[in-house]
Write a protein that binds this ligand. Structure first.
Ligand code: ZN
Ligand code: ZN
Length: 281
């Protein structure tokens, strides 16, 4: 097997190995940064945040622990990718399998063996996979902090051009309904379809008015609706409120799961002293 690649697999620059000097350094940097990313990701799996962004915290509030299956899958994927490359390097270069306790140790070992990776025919593939992995993790740990989904756009009627398109498709809906997302700190949001700009508070209030009487399951409330309102309630707490009759059961979904009304949950939450808004008794 020849080790005399004449160009870098990633950028095509002249190189004795399958990776040029720059890409060897970049790969080493990726391995250096990954343990920190993996720690953030592990927190995301359990719904904890280390980011310390502008997310509001209520003093004395229980930390909501929401299992995040997407982060969990990505974490397992990442661990598999890293250990697979470790095994590959060990096998290709006849190195004894090292005893490594943590994923951080695995990353560190790979970083110390970037030269061996660069001499391997699969170097380009390794670089691409690791860079892609780092990017996916970065996206996964940033997105929930950076952006939040507000709900469907409330503009009604939507501009004529859109109405016309819809009529062709036999769709009589007049409301815009384009999904609105905004940065957590944003005060305003602009719709990508009707281009209306509104205050985030106005949009949330309007959507709440609509959904206050909507029936929702505990999971929908705990995982999605309440965090979106920045009024988190732990599942155990909400289940207790329902058990005690503080939040009445108003129906069941098709699978027989209990459904309650958002406005009841918000009313109950507001009666807890630590959640009462200043000046509101
Ligand atoms: Zn290169
Ligand atoms: Zn719109």
């Amino acid at each position: 097997m020849t080790q005399s690649g004449t160009e870098c697999d990633v950028c095509g620059a002249k190189s004795q190995l399958f990776l040029c000097r720059n890409h060897i350094d970049e790969l080493a940097e990726l391995f250096t940064g990954l343990p920190r990313f993996m720690a953030f990701l592990q927190d995301a799996v359990l719904g904890r945040t280390r980011m310390g962004g502008p997310q509001r915290r209520h003093r004395g509030d229980e930390q909501p622990m929401r299992y995040n299956p997407k982060a969990s899958t990505l974490y397992v994927d990442a661990r598999n990718t890293l250990t697979t490359w470790l095994r590959h390097v060990v096998e290709q270069h006849g190195i004894d399998t090292p005893a490594l306790a943590t994923i951080s140790d695995v990353c560190d070992w790979l970083r110390r063996h970037v030269a061996a990776i660069a001499a391997d025919e699969a170097a380009g593939e390794c670089f691409t996979e690791i860079a892609d992995l780092a990017e996916r993790i970065e996206r996964a740990i940033n997105r929930p902090e950076a952006m939040r989904f507000l709900g469907p756009c409330i503009t009604n009627p939507v501009p004529d051009a859109v109405l016309l398109e819809r009529r062709k498709a036999d769709d009589r809906e007049t409301r815009c309904n384009r999904a609105l997302t905004a940065k957590r700190a944003a005060k305003e949001v602009t719709c990508s379809q009707c281009h209306a700009t509104r205050s985030v508070d106005v949009v949330i209030e309007a959507l709440l008015d609509e959904s206050g009487h909507m029936l929702l399951t505990v999971r929908e409330l705990v995982d999605y609706v309440l965090p979106q309102l920045e009024e988190p309630v732990p599942a155990k707490t909400l289940e207790r409120w329902i058990r005690n009759g503080d939040v009445p059961v108003r129906g069941h979904d098709a699978r027989g799961v209990i459904m309650v009304q958002l406005s009841d949950v918000r009313d109950m939450r507001a009666t807890r002293p630590r959640h009462a808004k200043a000046g509101v008794r």
